[in-house]
Design a protein around this ligand. Structure first.
Ligand code: AMP
Length: 435
């Protein structure tokens, strides 16, 4: 090995970055549990066959390998296909509707770029076994509550329905065989703009009039009810599209009843979403601060689980991209900037006084204060205080012979530098009060 390095597109996360990531996951977990979701963990490795035939064009991005026993395995591409396996495998044990959340890494052999990695972490929340539009609305409510709890400023969730896009394709006279490519092009609308998409459509062999019609339809914008009205006017004759629009109306009704603020979502006929297993609602949340891609995505996939279970089990869910949330929060300075897991740093005044300092550290920890201890008195207090400061700990504590005699400790606030003597029995409370 010539150079020590990690694999391209797969990242190491050291202390401070990891603390922010843990904060993000804690907030998402809290919101999911507030809605009564229960946790699920599945292995990172699955039989390759399980993942194949579900992802459309994206299948080429699956990491596949043979293990020492000659089995054809794959790293999971997302947490949705593994969920479908679990539902089929444990259907007898599960109570539907089953709400589950899951957090872990997924793998895709993509070309790495800003916000696009080969190993990335997703946090999923799904409602399995309900076709109710209220299930769709609850998932969108969860994502809204989560982004609000993380402190995201302007974010919008774009909502659409697979059969609205299907209706647009049909109304524009498109053959089902080119429809897949057309959806992928439409999905890039925000990136390529109208001209870019038109160019791609023409290259695909779509007639100029059809391309113009598609572009006119996908650009319908405005208040959700107006967009739905206008689409009904244009696509209403197509029965599947009409039903889809009715479904979107019901989902939006649910959002209103669940108290989701109207400025948080839009109906966007241009939203297609890549994964081929979606059958109904699709959505994506984005922020203007991150034009490169979505913070999260999801939708309804009523048929995927049926491929394993032998009967249709309607399901809706979402996947947050932890790496995207992390990158954006890092850039915007959102979330707590924790420098250390410790709040207190106990110094050793002089050789021979270790036991007293260690006892103090024990008292602090017993009182719920995360505490680092100095490992040696050598170099003096100055060196230890500098060490505490560099590590980003808020308080340093000094316990010398005078303090010991008086039953006190010196508490130094490293943010600002003020220091004072505090009765030993009160130090935990003083630290708790000043945090
Ligand atoms: P998907 O599973 O494609 O629906 O993606 C759901 C979310 O996962 C996206 O909105 C992104 O936040 C995140 N995501 C997907 N692919 C990547 C990737 N290659 N790198 C980082 N995050 C990703």
């Amino acid at each position: 090995m010539s150079k020590l390095q990690n694999i391209k597109g797969m990242r190491d996360h050291l202390g401070q970055a990891m603390l922010l990531r843990q904060h993000i996951v804690a907030v998402l977990t809290q919101v999911a549990e507030r809605h009564g979701f229960e946790p699920l963990q599945t292995p990172v490795v699955e039989y390759a066959e399980l993942l194949e035939g579900k992802l459309g064009d994206d299948e080429k991005l699956i990491y596949r390998f043979e293990d020492n026993g000659g089995r054809r395995l794959a790293l999971r591409y997302d947490q949705t296909v593994p969920l479908a396996r679990v539902v089929a495998q444990y259907a007898g044990q599960l109570m539907f509707p089953w709400r589950r959340y899951a957090y872990g890494p997924s793998y895709r052999g993509e070309r790495p770029a800003r916000g696009r990695y080969r190993e990335f972490y997703q946090f999923d929340a799904d409602i399995v076994g309900s076709a109710s539009p209220l299930a769709d609305a609850e998932i969108v409510a969860i994502l809204t509550e989560s982004l609000e709890a993380l402190g995201f400023p302007g974010f919008t969730t774009l909502l659409n329905h697979r059969q609205v896009i299907g209706g647009i394709a049909r109304a524009s006279g498109l053959d089902e065989t080119v429809a897949g490519g057309v959806y992928r092009s439409i999905d890039k609308f925000d990136k390529l703009g109208a001209d870019g998409v038109r160019e791609e459509l023409l290259k695909m062999g779509v007639a100029p009039e059809s391309a113009a019609q598609i572009l006119a339809l996908v650009q319908i914008d405005g208040d959700p009810h107006d967009v739905l009205e206008e689409l009904s006017g244009r696509l209403g004759d197509d029965e599947r599209a009409a039903q889809a629009l009715e479904n979107l109306r019901a989902v939006i009704g649910g959002l209103v009843e669940m108290g989701v603020a109207p400025e948080r979502y839009k109906v966007a006929p241009r939203l297609a979403r890549g994964l081929s297993y979606y059958t109904g609602l699709v959505f994506e949340a984005a922020t203007p601060h991150w034009p490169e891609g979505s913070l999260l995505g999801g939708g309804r996939y009523d048929e995927l689980i049926g491929q394993f279970a032998g009967r249709a089990i309607p399901t809706v869910g979402l996947a947050f991209g932890i790496d995207r949330l992390h990158d954006v929060m890092d850039e915007l300075g959102l979330g707590p900037r924790l420098a250390s897991t410790a709040t207190a740093y106990v110094t050793i005044f002089a050789a021979g006084l270790e036991a007293d300092s260690l006892a103090l550290a024990r008292e602090l920890r017993a009182g719920g204060v995360n505490t680092l201890i100095s490992l040696e008195a050598g170099g003096g207090l100055g060196k230890q205080l500098k060490d505490a400061d560099r590590k980003g700990v808020r308080f340093a504590l000094v316990l010398g012979p005078d303090e010991l005699a008086r039953g006190e400790v010196v508490l130094k606030d490293l943010r600002g530098g003020a220091q004072r003597s505090v009765a030993r029995g009160e130090v935990v409370a003083v630290i708790a009060d000043s945090r």
